[in-house]
Design a protein around this ligand. Structure first.
Ligand code: EZ4
Ligand code: CO
Length: 402
């Protein structure tokens, strides 16, 4: 029996920070898992190095489910983003190993293809509505069939989701940037630009919008109802998802579809949202929700209630996660759409291979396992640099949900 011989935690910042777990077996098979938790990277790195790596050495890499249960139940302390990201890193690395041992791309181990490619959405944004529409035109020219639109709210500096110099990277400060927020200004402004986007782009494109946890349930209900004529593909994270019951109220008032889950890390955190049919898309990710083993379980539960996948795919989820998510989305029956934000150019110097974009879809690699390799020499050129997400404050100075 092959055993886990080595497990290394690798940090690098090629344009942004990534944490990666690399497992090597006694047969010399290498598996990669993403362990990046934006703004809290070192917490996961320490969790892995100090508390997980010693438990892996000498174990059978083929027993993925057993390892998942061992790390989850065996920790006694449960759930939470740090724990679930660390477990995900191990889980994905072991799936990568299994694929390579079998000589099969990961999607084959997950049941084979349900589809040729995975529909993705990209981001269009602007500091004015006009600029946002131009950016959406650019996305259409690149072949995207689904586009997330965000425009800067007048008077609210640093509105979420607006690109600077062609890229959006919220974790771009050595200490958290403090940004202003006004719910009133947003509610007055956003419905108008969503309508402008629909009028400009016509009916042949899916439009998405990320509220990014900023509204109360009744504000979100009003917003969802007000934009019903825009026929959004989804309204994302309308309210903080700490209370799943808040979505009952929103649901009573609007037919605008709802997507939730990028900050939720386990099946128990989305159980009520799914089984009460309070959402339409579940946005949990491979990296923050316990890996392929656990996310597949979430998608299977979701399928019973007509909830589809909408995997988080921002630039803080590494190409290892994007590859794993694309394999999973290729295999499951209930794909909705997957986020495709892309990476800074430098990222491709460290991570080679993975999912590739063509014609509005991401396509898996046919290499065994995930199809991603990690370039140590390149990674060494990009020393780890701490970066934080912003913090939002209301106009009176008090803290709001970012
Ligand atoms: O703010 O990934 O839909 N995408 C998002 C992202 C998140 C970041 C947080 O790390 O909301 O931009
Ligand atoms: Co989001």
């Amino acid at each position: 029996m092959a055993t886990v011989e080595r497990a290394e935690v690798l940090l690098t910042s090629p344009g942004r920070t990534f944490v990666t777990l690399r497992i090597t077996t006694s047969d010399g098979v290498v598996g990669l898992g993403d362990a990046t938790l934006n703004g809290r990277e070192l917490a996961v790195a320490t969790y892995l190095r100090d508390h997980v790596v010693p438990l892996l050495i000498g174990k059978d890499p083929a027993r993925i489910e057993d390892m998942w249960q061992y790390l989850f139940r065996g920790a006694y302390w449960r759930r939470g983003p740090v724990t679930m990201t660390a477990i995900a890193a191990v889980d994905v690395a072991l799936w990568d190993v299994k694929g390579k041992v079998a000589g099969l791309p990961l999607y084959q181990l997950l049941g084979g293809r349900s589809r040729d490619g995975v529909m993705v959405y990209t981001h269009a944004s602007g500091s004015s509505v006009e600029e946002m529409l131009e950016d959406a035109d650019r996305a259409r020219e690149l072949g995207y069939r689904a586009i997330r639109v965000q425009a800067a709210v007048p008077g609210v500096a640093g509105t979420y989701g607006v690109k600077k110099n062609g890229r959006y990277e919220p974790a771009d400060h050595a200490l958290p940037d403090e940004q202003l927020w006004s719910t009133e200004a947003y509610l007055d402004f956003a419905p108008g630009y969503l309508r402008a986007a629909r009028e400009h782009l016509g009916d042949g494109v899916h439009l998405l919008h990320d509220v990014h946890h900023r509204l109360t349930p009744i504000e979100a209900a009003r917003f969802g109802r007000e934009v019903e004529d825009v026929k959004l593909f989804w309204m994302e994270d309308p309210t903080p998802a700490d209370s799943q019951d808040a979505y009952r109220l929103i649901r009573q008032h609007t037919t605008t579809p709802i997507a939730v889950g990028e900050v939720l890390t386990s099946i128990w955190d989305v159980k009520d949202l799914i089984t009460e049919r309070l959402i339409d898309y579940v946005r949990c990710s491979v990296v923050h929700a316990g890996g392929i083993t656990h996310l597949r379980r979430i998608y299977d539960l979701a399928a019973l209630y007509d909830v589809r996948s909408g995997s988080h795919g921002a630039s803080d989820l590494s190409p290892v996660t994007q590859a794993a998510a694309t394999h999973l989305a290729t295999a499951i029956p209930n794909l909705g759409v997957q986020e495709h934000m892309g990476y800074p150019d430098l990222t491709a110097e460290v991570f080679h291979g993975g999912a590739t974009y063509a014609d509005g879809s991401l396509h898996v690699s046919e290499e065994p396992g995930l199809g991603v390799t990690y370039d140590d020499a390149a990674a060494a050129r990009f020393e780890y640099e701490p970066r934080y997400l912003p913090v939002a404050r209301r106009l009176d100075g008090s803290v709001h949900d970012w």
